[in-house]
Design a protein around this ligand. Structure first.
Ligand SMILES: [Fe+2]
Length: 691
């Protein structure tokens, strides 16, 4: 049952979110204003976010040339033509929030489509937005949503959204998306100005989207340094028509990943050119801009206050003292991190509880990004690090039951274990992790969906199986891992979470993730062979909307004469372009890749698959772009990957252009103690090296 809130409770809740309350009336009325649409006056469009069964956040931006604030009117209607307006209220935009406004529309009906728009005092209106409330907690119908990440307007086109809109408009009402989960890299704060890089980036030409007024130039790119710089990049992104149309069609459920603050950022640190710098002021600026541009039920430390963020004052001072979880205790760091809390839970009907976590604000330093870790990487084996090294560096002082080695063997060298005295890595941090585990345990939904902005599936290869003489001997003892800086390398913390899931008998545990710029489907397992393989859930990663992926980078960066080139980019007989063999490397291993290079016969190559390498994986595409959808019902989970060709140039077609492939993975709900299973069906195209 939905607990209907009273009007008074609702107004308090809106204030806590920093949103203007808008209470829907019992009676329908005609539109209160004579209006005409002026999209140019609302240049970033409209958006809605974080739906509940009875309420949803509405957003727009209406800049004014002068003054500090102005009044708009927001209307919510049951029809697109605003003949049945059910709520209308004033909403304030102010210069202190970059003329953005957030309105919490309440007293709405569950699982219902609404339309909304904003009007200024001259009767000029925004475009019309469409939004959808969540189904009530006892609603037994399937829940359908999309999850996406990593849009880069500087380097690509966002027409994956056009395909999403096209397919949703044509779907029967019961199969339409209820919301879009955006798992971050909504913006890329690092921007290349076209003149700084005339050769472009990989396959892409650089688009001239923003000039930072106070930007800092690092190498050949630019980063924001002030709140106005961060605001400028959001505005530039929202002028993209495909993205803007998507925000106007569905409620988004957004979470930041790294680029909303800084490329290699963690806590309040920025890392550039191997130098880690405290940047508390930039972390607050990043959080403020996110709050202003993303309507979401997040908590700002300045407390209730309707129109503005009110950033805490911080200064950039060194962060030198860390607690047992690697959290920097410097007060300005803690204040900056607390300025906006993004982790949260949202519920759709009986079947979906979404637990969204922040992977960047509380994490300890990634040991693999430390300068000392560079000793374990070698050009002989691109991207590959011995798995035992990754495990030792992750676990720090608790490795091997508290007996970490003094030195790590790498080929014929003994390299000092710089992590010997340090605590194990955490990505979630202690406080967020306690919240996450508690919500997992107490959730009554069929599917407990972990919205983890970064991937959790192991990414490894088996260079030990290379034939002698092809290259130098593999410097590790067993498997190789990729250093991805996500839960695939945070073995200790991932094991803690997965063993909790197993211990509590939690079923329907499903992870949806972004960040890797690649499509992955698989099973969530603590360990892989030669250790036990005992999965506790299912795990998916979506390709980027547009940001370049590893395959594109390899095409431009991997030397043509590299002895292991066939493991990454195959050129079998008769092929005209390099093919993404790296997908086969991760799924089947080196023997399959070498066979594929020789014969071009994928089936024969797969017959040489190493069964111990990746029993957790069903699908990998390190070169795919697009989006993923989920349909979660009482009895099964279906996740569909919709992959488009590399989005280098804008495709103006109404359908968003052709597809590369469409593949679906289906999982029947499993019982406690049973192993989850994935069934795969390729519906369109032929992602031959991904299977
Ligand atoms: Fe990304």
């Amino acid at each position: 049952m939905t607990n209907r809130v009273t009007r008074r409770q609702f107004i308090a809740a809106a204030a806590a979110l920093g949103a203007t309350p808008l209470w829907a009336g019992p009676k329908s009325s005609r539109a209160t204003v004579n209006s005409h649409e002026r999209r140019d006056l609302f240049p970033e469009g409209v958006a809605s976010g974080d739906p509940h069964p009875d309420s949803v956040l509405l957003w727009t931006r209406r800049p004014f040339e002068s003054g500090d604030q102005a009044r708009l009117r927001v209307e919510v209607a049951e029809d697109e033509d605003f003949k049945q307006v059910i709520a209308s209220a004033p909403a304030v935009v102010c210069a202190a929030a970059d003329w953005t406004c957030r309105v919490l529309a309440g007293n709405l009906k569950p699982a219902t489509v609404y339309w909304y728009r904003f009007t200024d005092e001259m009767g000029q209106t925004s475009r019309v937005g469409r939004t959808i409330t969540a189904p009530a907690a006892d609603d037994p119908r399937p829940v359908k949503f999309a999850f996406i990440s990593c849009q880069n307007v500087n380097q690509g086109s966002q027409h994956a959204y056009r395909r999403m809109i096209f397919e949703d408009e044509r779907a029967p009402a019961t199969e339409r998306l209820g919301f879009v989960l955006h798992l971050g890299d909504f913006i890329y704060e690092i921007v290349w100005y076209p003149e700084d890089r005339p050769q472009g980036m990989y396959d892409r030409k650089l688009r001239d989207i923003v000039r930072y007024e106070r930007g800092e130039k690092i190498q050949d790119f630019h980063i924001p340094t002030t709140i106005d710089d961060y605001r400028a990049i959001y505005r530039a992104y929202l002028h993209d028509p495909d993205l803007q149309d998507a925000r106007a069609r569905w409620p988004f459920v957004p979470m930041w990943d790294n680029h909303e603050f800084s490329w290699r950022g963690w806590q309040s640190f920025q890392v550039f050119d191997s130098t880690t710098r405290p940047q508390q002021t930039r972390k607050v600026a990043a959080m403020q801009a996110w709050f202003e541009y993303q309507p979401a039920r997040v908590r700002k430390s300045s407390g209730p206050g309707l129109e503005r963020f009110d950033p805490p004052r911080v200064v950039n001072v060194p962060i030198t003292r860390f607690d047992a979880h690697g959290l920097g205790q410097e007060p300005n760091n803690l204040t900056a991190l607390a300025s906006l809390t993004g982790y949260r839970a949202l519920r759709w009907g009986r079947h979906v509880e979404l637990l969204i976590t922040d992977q960047r604000s509380y994490r300890s330093e990634d040991p693999n990004s430390r300068p000392e870790a560079a000793d374990f990487a070698t050009k002989d084996f691109p991207e590959l690090i011995p798995q035992e090294v990754l495990e030792i560096l992750d676990a720090g002082r608790i490795y091997a039951g508290g007996k970490p080695p003094e030195a790590i063997v790498f080929s014929d060298r003994q390299i000092t274990n710089f992590r010997k005295q340090e605590p194990p890595q955490t990505i979630l941090g202690a406080e967020q992790k306690a919240w996450f585990l508690d919500r997992l345990k107490t959730s009554t939904a069929t599917w407990k969906v972990w919205g983890n902005t970064t991937g959790a599936l192991d990414c490894r290869a088996d260079p030990k199986n290379l034939p002698a003489g092809l290259t130098v001997p593999w410097p590790g003892k067993g498997f190789a891992g990729f250093n991805l800086g996500d839960h695939s390398n945070a073995y200790v913390e991932r094991a803690e979470i997965y063993s909790f899931v197993r211990g509590e008998g939690i079923t329907g545990f499903a992870t949806v993730a972004g960040d890797r710029h690649s499509f992955w489907a698989g099973l969530a397992a603590e360990t892989l062979p030669p250790r036990a393989f005992d999965p506790v859930g299912i795990s998916f990663i979506v390709g980027s909307i547009s940001a370049p992926g590893l395959v594109e980078a390899l095409e431009h960066q991997l030397p043509k004469d590299h002895p292991l080139r066939a493991l990454y980019l195959a050129r079998p007989p008769g092929s005209t372009r390099p093919q993404p063999a790296v997908n086969m490397l991760l799924r089947h291993g080196v023997r399959s890749c070498l066979e594929y290079q020789k014969s071009g016969d994928a089936e024969r190559a797969r017959s040489l698959s190493n069964p111990d390498l990746a029993p957790h994986l069903s699908f990998v595409d390190m070169g795919g772009h697009g989006y993923a959808t989920v349909r979660a019902s009482a009895s099964e989970w279906e996740c569909e990957f919709v992959c488009i060709p590399r989005p280098i140039e804008h495709v103006a077609r109404r359908d968003g252009g052709p597809l590369a492939y469409r593949v679906v993975h289906r999982t029947p709900l499993w019982n406690k103690g049973e192993r989850p299973q994935l069934e795969q069906r390729v519906l369109e195209g032929n992602p031959v090296l991904s299977l």
